[in-house]
Ligand binder design. Sequence first.
Ligand SMILES: *Cc1c(COP(=O)(O)O)cnc(C)c1O
Length: 347
Amino acid sequence: MGVLKHYRELFPITDATPIVNLEEGMTPLIPLPRINKRLGINLYGKFEGCNPSGSFKDRGMVLAVAKALEEGKRAVICASTGNTSASAAAYAASQGIPCFVLLPAGKVALGKLAQALMYGAKVIAVKGNFDRALELAREGAEKTGCAMVNSVNPYRLIGQRSGAWEICDVLGKAPDWHAIPVGNAGNISAYWAGYNEYQKLGKIDSLPRMMGFQAAGAAPLVTNQPCPNPETIATAIRIGNPVSAHLARAAVSESHGEFNSVTDDEILEAQRLLASEGGVFAEPASCAPLAGLMKLKREGRLPEGITVTMILTGNGLKDPNTAMSQVGKPIEINDTLEELMRVLESK
Ligand SMILES: *Cc1c(COP(=O)(O)O)cnc(C)c1O
């Protein structure tokens, strides 16, 4: 039914708010028994790749677009590392309003670019990094009156709280740890707000530790200073100056959690492990939490038997190039049974 209908009473929705809906949310919380064995914990992956545009961004975008329409806005604009633009473009298309997206030129995964173009957005490649594209989008929004639908838009983070509510609704409690990749730091802040709201409503009686994982080449929350030239293959978290840094810091300190960083090699290893032992194909940024849990396990800092939810923020199909660069090519054969048998019987 979509998150606006499902969690209507928890959202700032009035009779004047259009119920925009692409059937986002209600994503599966997937048990990962083979990976549990390695880590000695009770791990679930919440697969946000099942959302309509293939990432968690849809949870907040649906509310941001609904409120923009309610306020009489007739176009949306955003800067994006890829998934925000795919999501904004999808919801704008469904409502018949124009969408402008600013992307860092050459730094967006192929699938995300294809999505924004297919949904009919006006795609603008900025020769600069994400942080600069975001500044420009803000200025453009101010000058034109377009609705700015980056996570500086408060409705984005409110909509994203629904992820925490779904986890608690399914588990019947909060997890012990909540592991999540951190880029612009909105999602970790939204989850923390969501868990807190559920505790106030009496739906859960404990709160998770918030464990935020960044890529080593773009880890301003770990180093505690902005990173002027962020670099990582995990393009969705290639952000040097997170807009919601203050909220994310509060979430981590209030929950006695931590920020940690993982290298690109560790992220790619985790991505292969999640696919080959979990059966879930998530994009590189989404695999930073698993890489981080593996790192904590190696360091002896992962408590046995705890329940951990990790947010698999985006679908692996969005970034086929990164995936193909790490795996072998298909085995090519002539169309004979003989050649097929040679492959089937080889070890
Ligand atoms: C946007 C995004 C992130 C980062 O989320 P923030 O709210 O910016 O911290 C992580 N993974 C994926 C796949 C994303 O699209």
